[in-house]
Design a binder for this molecule. Structure first.
Ligand code: HEM
Length: 215
């Protein structure tokens, strides 16, 4: 039963993660994007990257709060899909926007702080994606967990990148920021202990104690 749940959850995650890319390709090839298609692609891939990154972080708190273990197996695919969208986002920027002009790209990374924040997030996510396999997990041992905590820093840099690039209405990036901070708080040992105490049922009183038994 648990195996079946796992398989179905994985299938749903794969379909739901590829669907936005399929729609984007469809919109691009059928001319359904706006008059500025590059801006559209950058905007969509950036949003998907951040949303999927946050979804990968939601798995652990769901397990802590509900005890629903199969959700833990979704962290890796969700994280890798986030990285896939980050790569497409970067490729749109470097290829479609800048024609792979390395000098111009480096100049922009240095000059624009929001690009620097986004690029730093990408640099942090790169080793996490590479070492996400079981083989690396075994090889790195305890260091693997510490390394993969950097995903929170990458998510916060992604939010900062978004906050810095919007000109007026920062409500949406702030919403993402609040989600990442809330997820970080849920991971602190103090909050984890509180949740554990709430979830653990109180010990049953021993009604069969011979000393209080009527006979
Ligand atoms: C790899 C380096 C990155 C570069 C060069 C880059 C570049 C850009 C550019 C040029 C824009 C559009 C700015 C505009 O509309 O004026 C953008 C938007 C965005 N990027 Fe990035 N970005 C990078 C990394 C990231 C990462 C790692 C994330 C998320 C984890 C991210 C999330 C976003 C979001 C959410 C938007 C706004 C989407 C919207 O308009 O609704 N970016 N990025």
């Amino acid at each position: 039963m648990a195996r079946k749940t796992n398989t179905w959850l994985r299938i749903i995650v794969h379909i739901a993660s590829i669907l936005p890319l399929a729609v984007l390709i469809w919109d691009f090839t059928s001319g359904r994007l706006s008059v500025n298609p590059i801006e559209d692609i950058t905007s969509r891939t950036g949003t998907y990257a951040l949303v999927w990154l946050i979804l990968s972080l939601v798995c652990t708190p769901i397990n802590t709060l509900s005890g629903f273990k199969p959700v833990m197996k979704l962290r890796r695919p969700l994280g890798l899909y986030a990285f896939m969208y980050v790569c497409l986002h970067l490729l749109t920027f470097t290829g479609l926007d800048y024609g792979f002009n390395l000098n111009a790209i480096i100049q922009t990374i240095i000059e624009k702080r929001y690009i620097l924040a986004g690029f730093s997030a990408f640099l942090l996510l790169l080793p996490l994606a590479i070492t996400s396999t079981k083989w690396w997990q075994r090889r790195l041992g305890r260091f693997w967990r510490q390394l993969h905590r950097l995903v929170y820093v990458a998510a916060l840099l992604g939010v900062l990148h978004y906050v810095w690039l919007v000109k007026s209405d920062i409500r949406e990036p702030l919403l993402y920021g609040t989600a990442v901070v809330a997820l970080l708080i849920l991971r602190t040992p103090y909050i984890k202990n509180v949740i554990k105490k709430i979830r653990t049922p109180p010990r049953q009183e021993n009604t069969h104690d011979p000393q209080i038994s009527p006979n």
